[in-house]
Design a protein around this ligand. Structure first.
Ligand code: SAH
Length: 248
């Protein structure tokens, strides 16, 4: 209502065009604020019904899932399903993971504000944004050049200054930036790439879907302690396959 007051004052001063433009602007602004509030409610419902209800308890993860505007990471054709309980296509035969899977992998990685993370498979950039809300910095690699550019532009526009992204084959990790406290691989392979194990910091955790990329995989958590790696096998999941660049 306060936004409409300014145009009325103009109206009294008799400048009709200016007041009309101001009214239009104010109506748009009010509509925008209403949409924003509605999307925030949808996001909160997503966190309560899909994530808290399934046992995710890490406060940082829940806060991040409630904060990151998932609807800005999906193609406009998928907008109405942005907060649905499922993965969505993002083009180039790739998907943005289901919200619960993003939250589950984030919690498994034990994120904290002093940690440095590496993500393989930037996709839309959503998982990177969720991590970046909690940790110190996120390095993320994407093998589809178009997606790499789209995600990096989106993350910059949204102000995620602590995400550094690049195009490339994540199989090799990012040796120049290693070691990483957290490594998340959001594409499936039948084994964990050796370079990623090497780039895991002491006390670090690596989370990756491992198994037959064409059918079902299991989420694996690797932990490195005193240089020794231990492996834990968790839930069955379905991810798109980890690809390799041809010349390698
Ligand atoms: N984390 C993403 C979704 C991942 S989908 C999100 O939040 O939206 C898996 C992504 O991994 C796809 O975008 C795919 O192109 C990418 N990918 C597959 N193989 C890869 C590789 N070797 N290196 C880097 N990215 C890879």
């Amino acid at each position: 209502a306060r936004a409409l007051l300014a145009p009325c004052l103009y109206l009294r001063s008799g400048d009709a065009l200016k007041s009309l433009l101001l009214i239009l602007f104010s109506v748009c602004l009010l509509q925008f604020q209403k949409d924003d509030a509605r999307l925030a409610r949808e996001r909160n419902r997503m966190v309560q019904t899909q994530i808290v209800a399934r046992g995710i308890t890490d406060p940082g993860t829940l806060r991040a899932m409630d904060h990151v505007p998932r609807h800005l990471f999906v193609p406009s054709s998928q907008l109405k399903d942005a907060y649905s309980d499922r993965p969505l296509p993002i083009g180039y035969s790739q998907t943005i993971s289901q919200p619960f899977i993003v939250a589950y992998m984030t919690q498994l990685a034990r994120p904290a504000k002093d940690k440095k993370a590496l993500e393989i498979g930037t996709g839309s950039g959503y998982q990177a944004a969720v991590l970046a809300e909690i940790v110190d910095s996120v390095f993320t690699i994407e093998i589809v050049p178009e997606l790499a550019i789209e995600a990096s532009t989106r993350l910059k526009m949204l102000g995620y200054g602590n995400i550094i992204s690049k195009y490339g084959d994540g199989y090799k990790g990012w040796p120049e930036k290693a070691p990483f406290d957290i490594i998340l691989v959001t594409a499936a392979a039948d084994h964990i790439p050796e370079p990623l194990k090497e780039q895991l910091a002491e006390g670090g955790r690596l989370v990756m879907p491992v198994g037959d990329p064409a059918t079902v995989q299991y989420l694996i958590v690797l932990t490195k302690r005193k240089g020794r790696i231990t492996e834990q096998r968790l839930e069955p999941v379905r991810f798109v396959p980890l690809k390799r660049l041809k010349q390698q």
